[in-house]
Every structure is written in C-alpha cells, then in structure tokens.
Design a protein around this ligand. Structure first.
Ligand SMILES: CSC[C@@H](O)[C@@H](O)C(=O)COP(=O)(O)O
Ligand SMILES: [Zn+2]
Length: 208
C-alpha cells in the first residue's frame, strides 16, 4: 500500500503542473500526462482523457510500477508505461512530464529519421540538472510515433539505460517526455527544452 499523505502531495504537484503547462500552451486540450513518485513501488498519474488545465483530485490516481491501478477503478493515462519504465530505470526520478507543444511537435517532424536532435552551444543547457557548461552536448532521441505504447516503452527504457545522463526524448509529431528528481526540476526541464526547441526552429528559419 501507499502513504496517503505522500499521495496527496504528489497529486497536488501534478494539478499545479497542469495549470502551468496548460497556461503556457504546452498541454492543449486533453493532451499530455503527468506523474509523480509516491514511493519505491507507486506513482500518482493523471487519469486518461482529462483536460490538463482543469485537473482536480479525482483526475489523479495511483498505479504500481507495472502500470496496474491501485485502489482505483479509473483508467490511467494511455501512456502510463512510458512513465513507469522511467521510474524503474532511474530510482532517483521523482516526476515525469509529457507535453504536446507546437514547437516540440514541429521540430520532431523536421528531425531526420534515425537522427537524434543534438543541442549544443546554448548557455541555457545549464538549466538541466548535472549540466554545467554550454559545451556539453545534449542528445535528444526522436522515437517514431506509435499506438503500441508497450513496445515504445521498451525502446525508450533500453535507450536511457544506455544513455542515463540525457534528460528527455521526443516522439515524432507527438511531443516531449522529460523527468527530474522533483516536480520543480521536471518543470524547469520542460521550460528549458521549450526555449531550446524555439532556438533550433528559429535557426532553421533564418539559416535553412
Ligand atoms: C488528445 S490526443 C493525445 C493522446 O493521444 C496522448 O498522446 C496524450 O498525451 C494524452 O493521453 P492520456 O491517455 O490522456 O494520458
Ligand atoms: Zn501524448
């Protein structure tokens, strides 16, 4: 079982994240899903199909790290396994956010097949936990979109087991996944990615 007080804190962080991300335009309509760790075996995660700018307590539920609902009859996010594999691969991860911004969506469609997006030379890269220089290259893999979430979850888990220092990934034509030790870290990572995606798109526009 899980601690109810810890669940309440996790749910509150998810609801507040939804308000911020919706207001920034990075989680339109019912897109996106968010989670926060409760303990070694449980996470709080958004219920599938809910409007992320208007989340309330009933829109967040608990699943175990196999993605099975715990004390809930609701259906968790269709992309639950994309969250749970990250908590399994990274025991120190406390929050995972998936967003659907215009910039992440467009940039992911412009990336060549089988080529990661490499972010290098930007001072703002230091907003990511553990990065202390603009000279450190960030490699953001771009996975092809699919409705087979289990297979995508396995592919992302394998990639990040081999590349544990990279802070996120794109799904082509779909959106961004990123994570952090805390929800605050994770929100900062979303914001940093959005800035860097805009820089990349602007660079392509002026220097095609
Ligand atoms: C509104 S379409 C987006 C969904 O297909 C999905 O990608 C998504 O991000 C939200 O799914 P959900 O099941 O609500 O977590
Ligand atoms: Zn999505």
């Amino acid at each position: 079982m899980f601690d109810v007080i810890r669940y309440a804190g996790a749910a509150r962080s998810i609801i507040e994240a939804g308000q911020f991300l919706y207001e920034r335009g990075w989680s339109p309509a019912t897109s996106s899903n968010y989670s926060a760790r409760i303990d070694d075996d449980h996470i709080a995660i958004t219920v599938s199909g809910r409007h992320k700018g208007q989340l309330a307590a009933g829109d967040v539920m608990v699943v175990d790290l196999q993605g099975r609902p715990v004390q809930s009859r609701a259906r968790s996010s269709a992309e639950t396994r994309l969250h749970t594999v990250l908590y399994q691969v990274f025991p120190d991860v406390g929050a995972v956010l998936h967003t659907h911004s215009v910039k992440a969506t467009v940039l992911s469609r412009l990336c060549a097949a089988d080529q990661p997006l490499v972010l290098e030379g930007y001072e703002l890269q230091k907003a990511f936990t553990g990065i202390d220089s603009h000279e450190t290259a960030l490699t953001v893999p771009v996975f092809d979109n699919t409705q087979n979430i289990d297979s995508l979850a396995q592919r992302t888990a394998a990639w990040f087991r081999d590349n544990p220092d990279q802070p996120g990934y794109l799904i082509r034509g779909h959106g961004l996944y990123t994570w952090g030790r805390t929800m605050e870290d994770c929100l900062r990572h979303v914001e940093a990615f959005e800035f860097l995606f805009e820089c990349e798109l602007e660079t392509m526009r002026v220097r095609p």
